[in-house]
Design a protein around this ligand. Structure first.
Ligand SMILES: Nc1ncnc2c1ncn2[C@@H]1O[C@H](COP(=O)(O)OP(=O)(O)OP(=O)(O)O)[C@@H](O)[C@H]1O
Ligand SMILES: [Mg+2]
Length: 275
């Protein structure tokens, strides 16, 4: 059995908002074009150890929002706090899986997954054990010595997922991480995510276009309206069943699943009609 790093996350206060957005707005300044209001007055909170899903039409500002929570961009108005502290920069407490794959092409799968751990000052054995564990969990052990350009798009996406999970961030930010995966791998990755989140006590904010994925993963679903992105509605599906992770196919048998799916589809069509 390989050594795997144990999480050091403190006990959360279930009542407290871990991530909080207060009236966040983002205006992009563009050369030779008028400024673009990407997000307007966005407020929501996410308690620790929960999965928040950002759902909304293309261009409504989901990636912009995630980048600001990561500290890669700054809000034009309002503020974002994490554990009560204002986010002003990137930090080790946050991990990010970007919308496009971001593996280093000159490193192998194993080296890519280990890379994130290097900055955490881990011992070599611990680093290797953790990297091997997550490479196994995303089904890439036979490819651990391959380079990203020798992998398919979906495999590269799994490298990025393994890399982010292996650093055990307190807040994991994921921008459509399962978009390039076939249906079965996608369910497996969704189930893996819920398992790791429950076991390692992570909090997740994830972007998706997929209603089914949102309902399976989300403790809350923040539905953003089309351009500029505003919070149109927040849903709390409640389909998770405590300690046991639902199988994907069990989701469809949950009472209330179909009606909630329909409501969200209706919202999507309504926002689509505004295009
Ligand atoms: N760096 C930037 N400079 C100027 N405008 C930007 C920049 N990044 C994003 N935008 C604009 O902000 C708006 C929101 O973009 P964003 O990428 O956040 O949307 P999204 O909801 O993630 O869309 P998708 O679902 O297609 O990924 C878009 O109109 C986009 O053109
Ligand atoms: Mg995006």
């Amino acid at each position: 059995m390989n050594a795997v790093r144990l999480p050091l996350h403190p006990q959360p206060d279930p009542e407290a908002a871990f991530l909080a957005l207060h009236a966040v707005g983002k205006v992009w300044q563009r050369p030779r074009q008028p400024p673009l209001v990407a997000l307007d007055n966005v407020s929501f909170t996410l308690p620790e150890r929960q999965v928040g899903v950002l759902l909304g039409p293309s261009g409504c500002g989901k990636s912009t929002l995630l980048r600001m929570v990561a500290g890669l961009d700054t809000p034009s108005s309002g503020e974002i706090t994490l554990g009560g502290d204002l986010i002003t920069d990137t930090g080790r407490d946050r991990g990010m899986v970007f919308q496009s794959y971001t593996s280093f092409p000159w490193l192998t799968v194993l080296q890519n997954v280990e890379y994130g751990l290097r900055t955490h000052g881990e011992s070599l054995a611990l680093k290797e054990g953790t990297a091997h564990y997550f490479i196994e969990r995303v089904g890439l052990t036979p490819f651990k010595d391959a380079y990203p350009d020798q992998l398919s798009g979906g495999m590269r996406q799994r490298v990025a997922i393994a890399r982010a999970l292996a650093t055990y961030p307190r807040l994991l930010l994921m921008d459509e991480p399962f978009g390039a995966l076939d249906a079965e791998t996608r369910w497996q990755m969704q189930e893996l995510l819920l398992e790791v989140v429950a076991k390692e006590k992570m909090t997740v904010l994830i972007v998706t276009h997929d209603i089914d994925e949102a309902l399976f993963l989300g403790d809350s679903i923040i539905f953003l309206s089309r351009h500029p992105g505003r919070v149109r509605e927040i849903f709390t599906p409640g389909f998770k069943s405590g300690a046991r992770i639902l199988r994907k196919e069990e989701l469809y048998e949950q009472p209330g699943y179909r009606s909630l799916e329909k409501r969200i589809m209706h919202l999507m069509r309504d926002e689509g009609a505004k295009a």
